[in-house]
Design a protein around this ligand. Structure first.
Ligand SMILES: [Zn+2]
Length: 468
């Protein structure tokens, strides 16, 4: 018997028409039933509706490691697992006990499924939950691990950023907590909150006096207000007095005759206090606001607002001198300081920091990709280059010579921020390679002592891990 040659084609057509009808039916169903309760819901109602239909997606590192995933038990109950324990606790966050980190900011994306419509149809018709989309971050597991271990048992924070894009490669806050056991540990964690604040993401929310890292902006203010800044000269004898207040250098011998670049390299307090006394404070104030002081940072994560209250109308000469060396009432977050140093490394262009690189569906298909975004240009390329040179001298001739013998050329600025009776907070902000910056770091170690002694060695370990 001879087959009708047209028959297989008809079969294909019938299957096609069948699928098409099913799909149309599904879309009608979706529009009538599904979309209404999803699209027209409040945020809270929407996430519950989604959670009933979707298994929360994974959060992954840039190098493909799983940072958070949902395991489904036989009885259908779901457990959120964090394979790296407390290593990524603050940046990845937690999904229970007050959602935080990416678990909070990406909540709806993790509970949205963008698998293909045919598969979606299967899940909807069988009543099985569909797999949520995955968040692929910019975080680098090795750098995160290195920063975490380098901070040791100290309290503090580390941010590692790519200056040319604003990608956050690592974000550590200590002390940390294990999000796997957050429910059973909750009472203890809340108890510790007053003393140690383990739940606080210090990297994005911790507000610290910037100490001498702030001299970078004081130097820029001086450059703007004094076109002849290259001939600046100060004769330092180790201290400076104003109306009964004395500001000392860390080393009380004095630095002798120094120019602006050496003032920064040696972190000379008296030279910068003298500069602070001479500045137009309203212009200084405006400059710091261009660098996002007194403003919220352009980020999706919960972050603190750095403050610079100094103004002509409300401040004395004494306070201007304190402020110029990073003391006074100025406060900054480690993330903000990472943005400042990245702006210098990036030739004066400030990039918007980000942690989510892309969203993928269960099959690895791209749902959304995030690209680097220029936020603003608060300084010229010439200003950035001049300050970069000064920061290179900090490493070759100044307070960060512990980085001088490294194969990669580092530029940076140390800080020892005093705060009451305790030891100073130890700061370092910097980047490498000097000629073609690839990564920038912002490090603060709480209440330990000088920047050169505590924060600089941590920077060294991070640069080592990245470049070797
Ligand atoms: Zn000095």
């Amino acid at each position: 018997m001879k087959n009708d040659p047209k028959k297989p084609i008809y079969n294909v057509v019938y299957i096609f028409i069948g699928l098409f009808a099913l799909a149309m039916g599904y879309f009608a169903y979706f529009i009538v039933f599904r979309s209404n309760d999803i699209i027209n819901s409040t945020y809270n109602k929407r996430q519950y509706v989604l959670a009933e239909r979707v298994i929360r997606g994974e959060i992954r590192s840039a190098d493909g490691e799983t940072l958070a995933k949902t395991m489904v038990e036989e009885d259908g109950s779901e457990i959120r697992e964090y394979p790296y324990g407390d290593l990524f606790a603050h940046v990845v966050g937690r999904s229970t006990m007050g959602r935080s980190g990416l678990e909070e900011s990406e909540n709806i994306r993790l509970l949205t499924s963008n698998i293909n419509p045919i598969e979606q149809m299967y899940y909807d018709l069988t009543g099985v939950k569909s797999p949520g989309d995955h968040i692929i971050t910019t975080l680098n597991t090795q750098l995160q691990q290195t920063a975490y271990e380098a901070l040791g048992n100290y309290r503090g924070a580390v941010v590692v950023m790519e200056p040319s894009t604003g990608k956050i490669l690592a974000m550590v806050s200590k002390p940390s907590y294990d999000p796997n056991t957050i429910d059973e540990d909750w009472e203890k964690l809340v108890e510790d909150e007053e003393e140690e604040s383990p739940l606080l993401n210090r990297a994005a929310q911790g507000l610290y006096p910037p100490g001498s890292t702030f001299k970078i902006l004081t130097a820029l203010a001086y450059m703007r207000q004094n076109p002849s800044y290259e001939s600046y000269e100060y004769d330092c004898d180790g201290s400076i007095e104003e109306n009964g207040m004395v500001i000392h250098d860390y080393s009380r011998k004095g630095h002798g005759k120094i120019d602006l670049q050496l003032s920064l390299a040696k972190s000379c307090n008296t030279s910068f206090a003298s500069i602070g006394r001479s500045l137009d404070l309203d212009q200084f104030h405006a400059l710091t606001e261009d660098f996002l002081f007194n403003k919220y940072l352009p980020v999706t994560m919960a972050s603190g607002k750095s403050s610079f209250p100094l103004q002509k109308a409300n401040s004395s000469k004494k306070e201007a001198m304190q402020t110029a060396i990073g003391q006074g009432r100025t406060l900054i977050t480690p993330l903000h300081n990472a943005m400042l140093v990245s702006t210098i490394a990036n030739g004066g262009a400030m990039m918007r920091p980000y942690v989510v690189d892309r969203v993928e569906n269960e099959d690895g298909g791209k749902v959304k990709t995030f690209t680097p975004q220029l936020y603003s240009k608060p300084m010229t390329a010439m200003e950035a280059d001049y300050i970069a040179e000064m920061m290179r001298k900090v490493v070759t001739d100044g307070s960060a010579t512990k980085l001088k013998d490294m194969e990669v050329e580092v530029a940076g600025k140390t800080g020892s921020a005093e705060h009451g009776k305790e030891k100073a907070h130890s700061w370092f902000i910097g980047y490498a390679p000097f000629d073609n910056p690839e990564i920038a770091v912002s490090i603060v170690v709480e209440s330990v002592g000088t920047g050169s002694e505590y924060a600089v060695p941590i920077a060294r370990k991070i640069f080592d891990a990245y470049f070797n």
